[in-house]
Each structure stands twice: as C-alpha cells, then as structure tokens.
Design a binder for this molecule. Structure first.
Ligand SMILES: Nc1ncnc2c1ncn2[C@@H]1O[C@H](COP(=O)(O)OP(=O)(O)OP(=O)(O)O)[C@@H](O)[C@H]1O
Ligand SMILES: [Mg+2]
Length: 580
C-alpha cells in the first residue's frame, strides 16, 4: 500500500474537516503576512509627512487583523486537531473490531504486548500526523511562499540576499527527517518489546514469584528500557542539533539584511520601514522552516506507525458469515479420516474417524499431548481444516457459518478464563441477558452455588483480573456454569474439572446428566473414574484414537485404557486407605 493510499484510508470521512480546517490555515496566514507590511508603513510615517490620522488608521488595521487572525487561528486548531482525535477514535474502533475477528492462530503467533503497543503508541503517532503535523505543514507551505512574495514586492534584491540561507535549511531538514525516521522505527519496535515484556510478566507474576525470578526479569526490562531510552536519545540528539542550527542559519539572513539593507538605506535607495518589514518577514520564515523539520519527523513517524497498524488490519480475519443463513446445529458430528498439523510438518491428529449422535456423551482420554485439546479445537472451528473430514449434521464444517458453529457449541477450554467482572456476569456470558434464576440454576449444576453464596456479595462479587480471587477449582466450576447456561446442543469440556477433587467431579458429571440430555457431549478428562458411564470412550495416543468402546469393552480389551484405569484406581484406593 502506498503512503498516499494509507493516509487517505486512515483519514476516512474526516478529510472534509481537515479540508475546512485547512481553509482557516490559509486565512490565518494571509492575515499573518499583512502585519509586517503595515508595521513597515507605520515606521516610514515617522520619516515622511507624519500624520496622526494615518497612524491611527494603520494601528486600527493592525488590531483588526490581529483579532481576525485570532478567530481564524481558533477555528484552524479546533477543526484540524478535533478531526485528528476523531480519526484516532475511528482507527481504534476499526482495529479492535478487526482484532476480535482474527483467528486464534493469529494470537498464537503474536505477542499481546506488541498488539497493545500498536493500538496505543502507534495510534498516537498517527493522530499527531493528522493533527499538528497537517496543521503546521500547511502553515509552512502557505506562509513560506506568501512571505517571500510580500518580501519581493518590497525589495527584490534584499529579498534574494535575505533568503540565501533558506535552501540550506530545506536540504538539512530533509536529511535530518530521514535520520529521525530510521530511529523512530527502532523506538516503536523497542516500545513494543517493553509492552510485551511487562504484559507477559504481569500475567505470569505468580510463576515469577514462585521461582524467585524478580531480579532477572527486572534486568531484562532494564536492558529493554535502556535500548528504548537510547533510541529516543538519538532522536532527541538529532532534534536538539537541528533547532540551534536553524536559528543560526535564520540569523544569518537577518545579518545579511542589516548589512546590505543598511547600506541601501544610507544611500536612500530604500526606507527603514522596508528593512523592518523584511526583518519581520524573515522572523515569519524561521518558524515554518523549523516546523517543516519537526513536521517531517512527525510525518515519518505517523507513516511508520500507520504501516504497523495496517499490518494488523491486513491480517486475514475469519471468514465473514452470511447473516441470512444463521441456524443452530442439531448435534450430529461425523469425522472422517481427519488429519491435522499446526506447522504443516507433522500431524498432531492422524486418521481420526468417528460418528456421534445427539444424546450421547463421549469421553476422550489419553496421555498428555495425545491431541485431545487439538481435536476439540478443530471441531470448534478454531483451527481450519481441509474439506471432507469434519461434518456437522451432514454438512462440511467449512460450509457452516462460524457464528452458527460456535453458538451451537458450549466449549469450556482447558485454560479457564474469567473476566474481571461479577460472577453473575461471568456465568451469563454463556447466554446474553440470562436472568438470576437461570444463572443460579447453572451454578447449582456446576456445584458452585453454595460457595458463591458464601462470598460477601454472592453472585455480584467482582472477580479480580483473570478471576484470581477464587480458587482454581472454583474458577473451573464457574466456567462450567457458563457453558451449562448456554442452550447450545453440543457441549465440549476440555479437562474442565482437573482442579476439583474426584468426588466433586463425579457429583458435577452426575448433576449435568439431566442438562446434557438430548445434547452431544464430548468430555476430555484425565480421570477415567469420572467418565465410566459415558456412552463411548475414545482413548487417544499420538494423535490417533487407538482404543474405543464403553468402559466395559475397553477393560475387556485390556489395552492401554485398562492399564491406565487400573493405575489410577490403585492410586485412589491407596489414598482411601490413607497410605499415600
Ligand atoms: N498452538 C499449538 N501450536 C503448535 N503445536 C501445538 C499447539 N498446541 C498443541 N500443540 C502440540 O500438539 C500436540 C497435542 O497437543 P494437545 O494440546 O492437543 O494435547 P492434549 O492431549 O490436549 O494434552 P493435555 O492432556 O496435556 O491437555 C502436542 O504435541 C503439542 O505440543
Ligand atoms: Mg489438552
């Protein structure tokens, strides 16, 4: 995407405000260049036919011009800077909306801190470009030629001398702008690294404390922060060098003017008023020339930042659903020779085939890493797969709108996540607008209601970030209540009861028997004792279903399932006998 198309796509509908604001930039500058001319005329009055009437007239005009300039400047700032905030607001909404549509695979490969840096720091840089940078660059582009035209109308020769330093200023600005740009990209990348590091550390604060890694994490941050400061210092160094140099160059113009102009005044070729006007014009030229350098840097930053934002917007979202074709699945799942790979190299799922009818509860068991979560992820449409291997109600998963698929499946992922909101809100997340009695019923089924009611504000208790104010087991059960409250015909539990004791696990599974009646349930668990009653059990190993059948059939088979079951049973009986 070219710079122009990026800028116009980001400005969106606000280009009109920027255009109107720009008209005020023109008016402000027109009024601005009139002033030195009037001041010069007033000075010349003292030397030629002085009259108070004329002096009053000129002073009145100056006051009027200053007033009009003030009004125009107000609208210029208000409209352009206001538009830049609105542009920032639009881009932020667009980014967030897009982020919500990106597949989970995007988040697997991208650091959250990097995304946050783009939606905050880069967005600010883009706003600065549309606001102050547009305003000051317009200012410069209009004021510079206007001032030079007015100067030429006063004295062509003196003007030519006075503007000698300005081409040098332009060249210098260009070179400095380039340097600033190179360093600014490093500044932004470095900022992303810091955000990612802080964000990751805060998420993993318990692990850091448990392994006493505070110091090493702090040192990592110090290193990143030092780099950030270093890159910023480079930018500041260039800018700090730039401003005094510009001052010197501009003063050279004034010195030349005093020198050559002074001689002309003495010889009577020009007046003192003209010299004063020209010096004032040089004063007018200095700021826009300096601003051009500063603005160049903001433009460079803005464009670099917009490209980083655009990278997110260019990420392929999940396919858009046809909203006229929204329906609920019945719960018939058919999988035919399913193979799946995360990286395209080796298969995590191989040759999986099964058929599940509604009203059936299937348990998926197997050693860690055997592919259970991956299978549920594929069936939930989180990971995309080729056509011809997964069918719901006879329809290929690729032909089912994602919103239909997901609203038909109540998934409790292995990593339970709760929002920092009330418990009631967390549970009703599974069914928008659910009333309190429905929320409580779901909590009872998940065997968590009594515990919630013992909290200070029962269901209105607010959970800390990620629900850290409740225990791991409580968190899992709240997540189960969230799944149970939804009316989805398909239920997936991914090891959702690993943090509750075996007795509670059995109790919950018993409780929900009524609720999941008529539904298709896939329950992944490590504890075989809890799912003995399932209609069928799949034993997975290395991405394949190696054994399948009811508990009795699998025990009779005397394979790996039976071995694992006996292993767990003996551990349980040892526990019961208090020998462990
Ligand atoms: N996002 C991912 N990217 C790449 N590989 C992955 C990803 N998630 C899982 N894997 C790999 O896929 C294999 C199966 O993982 P999966 O999470 O499905 O196992 P699991 O049976 O659910 O294990 P557990 O019982 O420990 O939850 C593992 O070898 C794992 O390393
Ligand atoms: Mg898993």
């Amino acid at each position: 995407m070219s710079n122009i198309s990026i800028i116009s796509s980001f400005a969106g509908k606000h280009w009109k405000s920027i255009a109107i604001g720009s008209c005020f930039v023109v008016i402000t500058n027109l009024l601005h260049v009139l002033l030195p001319s009037f001041v010069g005329q007033a000075v010349d009055l003292f030397y030629n036919n002085f009259s108070f009437r004329e002096l009053y007239y000129i002073c009145g005009l100056i006051i009027l011009i200053e007033f009009l300039k003030g009004v125009s400047r107000f609208f210029m700032r208000y409209i352009i800077i206001g538009a830049s905030w609105k542009i920032e607001n639009d881009i932020r909404k667009r980014m967030f909306n897009h982020l919500l549509k990106l597949p989970v695979t995007y988040y697997n490969k991208t650091r959250t801190g990097d995304i946050i840096a783009r939606i905050t720091n880069d967005l600010t840089a883009a706003r600065m470009m549309f606001g102050p940078a547009v305003m000051y660059s317009m200012n410069a582009v209009i004021l510079l030629p206007l001032a030079i035209i007015f100067m030429l109308s006063k004295d062509v020769e003196l003007t030519m001398y006075a503007i000698i330093p300005f081409p040098f200023i332009a060249v210098m600005m260009y070179r400095i702008g380039k340097k600033i740009h190179e360093n600014f990209i490093k500044v932004q990348e470095s900022y992303s690294d810091i955000s990612a590091h802080v964000q990751e550390n805060l998420n993993g604060i318990q692990v850091i404390k448990a392994f006493v890694r505070e110091l090493s994490e702090l040192n990592k941050l110090k290193k990143l922060s030092r780099e950030y400061v270093e890159y910023n210092c480079r930018v500041i160094k260039i800018q700090s060098f730039m401003f005094p140099l510009l001052d010197v160059l501009a003063s050279t113009g004034i010195i030349i003017l005093l020198w050559v102009g002074g001689k002309k005044v003495i010889s009577g070729e020009t007046t003192i008023g003209v010299i004063i006007s020209l010096i004032m014009y040089i004063g007018l030229l200095v700021w826009p020339s300096m601003a051009l350098g500063w603005v160049t840097a903001i433009f460079q930053r803005g464009i670099a930042s917009m490209k980083r934002i655009q990278e997110i917007l260019d990420e392929e979202p999940e396919p858009k659903d046809d909203l006229s074709d929204i329906y609920t699945l019945r719960g018939n799942i058919s999988v035919k020779n399913l193979n799946f790979s995360y990286n395209g190299k080796f298969n995590v799922l191989s040759g999986i085939s099964f058929e599940i009818k509604p009203n059936r509860t299937i348990a998926i068991v197997g050693r860690t890493g055997s592919g259970k979560s991956t299978l549920l992820g594929v069936l939930s449409g989180i990971y995309s797969i080729n056509r011809g291997s997964v069918f719901f109600d006879g329809k290929d998963i690729n032909d089912i709108p994602l919103s239909c698929l997901r609203s038909s499946i109540a998934l409790t992922p292995q990593d339970t996540f709760l929002f920092s909101d009330t418990i009631a809100e967390n549970i009703s997340f599974g069914k928008e607008g659910a009333d309190m009695s429905t929320i409580k019923r779901a909590a009872v089924l998940a065997s968590i209601a009594d515990e919630i009611e013992s909290f200070s504000q029962d269901f209105e208790t607010t959970l800390g970030e990620r629900g850290i104010t409740v225990s791991g087991g409580q968190r899992q059960r709240i997540a189960i209540a969230r799944a149970l409250i939804s009316e989805a015909p398909i239920i997936f539990f991914d090891d959702s009861l690993s943090n509750v004791d075996t007795v509670t696990e059995k109790l919950i599974l018993n409780n929900i028997k009524g609720t999941i009646k008529g539904k298709t349930a896939l329950i992944v668990t490590q504890r075989l004792g809890a799912i003995r009653d399932s209609n069928e059990i799949f034993y997975m190993k290395d991405g394949r279903i190696t054994e399948r059948g009811t508990h009795e059939v699998l025990m009779e088979l005397d394979g790996e399932y039976a071995a694992l079951y006996r292993e767990q049973e003996s551990i349980e009986s040892l526990k019961d006998n208090n020998t462990l």
